[in-house]
Design a binder for this molecule. Structure first.
Ligand SMILES: Cc1cc2nc3c(=O)[nH]c(=O)nc-3n(C[C@H](O)[C@H](O)[C@H](O)COP(=O)(O)OP(=O)(O)OC[C@H]3O[C@@H](n4cnc5c(N)ncnc54)[C@H](O)[C@@H]3O)c2cc1C
Length: 253
């Protein structure tokens, strides 16, 4: 049987993280039933289940569950659309932080399209970084750090989708029209290794476009994605491009 360490606060958790080699877990739904060595069970630390806004960003604790995301109207629709796809019997014990660390494709794609940043913390301080940086290599979490918060823009409205492609890839898109012009456009993919892919320079071309401009820019945009998406397996690459095309059409682009 694994040894389970159960800190009651973030402070205790960080101290145990520094002084032991225990693997941090939240609800263990994405962790093998048997793991060698001890586990650091974070589910008893209240700080991880908080959700607060500073008026610009919504700070979502790493332990907030898919059910809680679905219940809270401050959570952007796009992220709720991802949480809706978590199987119902798993939602109460599936944390957003765990999904991110496990590179759940829908979570990676939705958070990437939301321009998410994340905060990790240790006893010596906190670091906030872009999602892409966090997901680089074997995750940007040092041996003494824990993922604490996921920061998403605290703005509602706009239109978004989050669609799976097989088990391990996904497409997510978000667009906001204001005064008949596109004011925000973000298109993100999650590749088979859980890697987020975005081309912000392509998105920038459409910012400020009217419906008429957007329709003219649609084909060049799709062609650019076709050229620059990584060399993923052909059929799934085509499916992702079709998902992108439908999203654009559904949103007057
Ligand atoms: C938005 C959303 C959509 C989802 N969609 C689906 C779906 O479509 N299908 C499906 O089957 N499941 C889905 N899930 C569930 C998901 O795939 C994971 O199983 C679940 O979220 C993992 O949560 P957990 O708390 O059990 O993580 P755990 O199993 O406890 O941890 C997972 C990994 O994260 C690490 N970890 C966890 N917390 C921290 C921390 N604070 N700091 C550092 N490392 C940490 C652990 O070491 C482990 O490697 C979804 C979940 C969410 C939130």
């Amino acid at each position: 049987m694994d040894k389970m360490l159960r800190p009651a606060s973030l402070k205790q958790a960080m101290s145990l993280r520094r002084s032991t080699a225990a693997l941090p877990v939240m609800f263990r739904s994405a962790t093998p039933a048997y793991t060698e060595g001890s586990l650091l069970d974070l589910s008893g630390c209240e700080e991880f289940s908080r959700m607060d806004t500073d008026g610009v960003l919504l700070h979502i604790g790493a332990g907030v569950t898919a059910s809680e995301l679905l219940r809270d109207k401050r959570v952007p629709e796009l992220l709720r659309a991802a949480a809706e796809q978590c199987p119902a019997d798993k939602r109460d014990r599936a944390s957003l932080g765990g999904a991110l660390c496990a590179r759940n494709a829908l979570t990676v794609a939705a958070l990437s399209a939301l321009d998410t940043r994340v905060t990790v913390a240790s006893e010596t301080g906190r670091r906030t970084m872009k999602l892409r940086r966090f997901l680089r290599g074997n995750l940007s979490v040092a041996k003494d750090e824990l993922l604490c918060e996921i920061l998403v823009p605290d703005r509602r409205g706009g239109s978004g989708v989050c669609e799976r492609c097989g088990e391990d890839m996904a497409f997510s898109g978000f667009v906001r029209w204001e005064h008949r012009r596109i004011s925000e456009l973000r298109l993100a993919f999650c590749g088979p290794e859980g890697e987020p892919i975005r081309f912000v320079e392509f998105e920038a071309e459409l910012i400020g476009a009217t419906v008429k401009d957007a329709k003219l820019l649609r084909d060049p945009l799709l062609a650019a994605y076709e050229r620059y998406l990584p060399d993923w397996e052909a059929q799934r690459r085509t499916t992702l491009l079709l998902q992108l095309g439908s999203f654009l059409l559904d949103n007057n682009i």
